[in-house]
Design a protein around this ligand. Structure first.
Ligand code: AMP
Length: 306
């Protein structure tokens, strides 16, 4: 397995593979890998076959974090991640630095001043990084409403990574349903020559969706976090019983259920059309449900098709 740290080296490796007619499968991640990530790596291998190449990127992208969010304490363990990637049959891991990704023209992102601007919509007057990719429809609701600069950071980094890794196919997790929808839209709108695959959410035995941020859930918080899965089960059971159900009433019931847990606070719960992400007033089979819940300071998200 190759470990690639620079944009130039990754691009030249990808171009070499491309010239040889080798298919490239790509899994972008922020590291601290778990079984959910590794399921995407296996899906990538399935898609490109044994003669293809699977690339995993491990990069905690600062532009998708707001200044108030957990960028500096986001969990990291590169050594363990590299071992997991190797065991899962990855051909190359791309692990660039912030400087490599965002300051090619000489600015350091580690200065306290630049941290203020990364991930914010305010542009830093002196920064030399100034090009962003912005999706303007699907990004507005849910995660986009709660985290206004988040998707701009996501689409920008994914577009950059596509230009660096040159994948034929890229795998994203259904766990981040809205993100996957936005990436698909970006790829269609900007004609990226890459096929996007969305793979199912991998869960713990008690239903909690696997996430790098689950590491923050210590003591009783881990138990309380199962309330997202309980909320999903209750929504499903309600709709199964009555076939259709008013979204507003179901949202109220879910808020009450979530906030029975002492450290849980509902950020949002939404019911919407899965293709266009537009909210529905009546929930029925086939409606998509998504929710975000703070468990203590940790913000967790989940979603399912009802
Ligand atoms: P992240 O490292 O959180 O940016 O996630 C990288 C990729 O892994 C994204 O496409 C996520 O949707 C996907 N992912 C994260 N958690 C899971 C999970 N539990 N099951 C499947 N895919 C996941």
């Amino acid at each position: 397995m190759q470990i690639v740290k620079t944009v130039a080296a990754m691009q030249s490796l990808a171009k070499k593979w491309q010239r040889a007619g080798v298919k490239i499968g790509f899994v972008p991640t922020m590291g601290y890998l778990h079984e959910g990530h590794l399921s995407l790596v296996r899906e990538a291998r399935k898609r490109v076959g044994k003669n293809g190449k699977v690339v995993v990127s491990i990069y905690v992208n600062p532009t998708q974090f707001a200044p108030t969010e957990d960028l500096s304490k986001y969990p990291r363990d590169l050594k363990r991640d590299l071992e997991s990637c190797r065991a899962a049959g990855t051909d190359a891991v791309f692990t660039p630095t912030d400087k490599e990704m965002y300051s090619r023209w000489g600015e350091s992102l580690s200065s306290p001043d630049s941290k203020k601007y990364l991930g914010s919509t305010e542009s830093r007057p002196t920064t030399n990084y100034s090009t962003y990719v912005v999706e303007e429809k699907l990004s507005r609701a849910m995660e986009g409403a709660s985290r206004p600069t988040h998707f701009r950071g996501v689409t920008t980094i994914v577009a950059k990574l596509f230009n660096i890794v040159l994948p034929d196919v890229a795998i994203f997790g259904q766990k981040d349903f809205q993100q996957a929808a936005i990436i698909k839209r970006m790829v269609a709108d900007l004609n990226f020559p890459v096929k996007i695959i969305v793979a199912p959410t991998v869960r713990e035995r008690d239903g909690l969706a696997m996430s790098s941020r689950n590491k923050y859930l210590v003591g009783d918080l881990r138990r309380q976090a199962t309330v997202l899965w309980c909320a999903i089960q209750i929504a499903r059971a309600t709709v199964k019983k009555s076939k259709t159900f008013p979204a507003a009433k179901l949202k109220d019931a879910i808020k009450k259920l979530v906030e029975c847990e002492p450290d849980a606070k509902l950020d949002y719960v939404e019911f919407f059309e899965p293709e266009i992400l537009l909210p529905v007033s009546i929930v029925k089979s086939g409606t998509q449900m998504a929710l975000a819940v703070f468990i203590g300071k940790t913000r967790l998200i989940d979603n399912v098709r009802i």
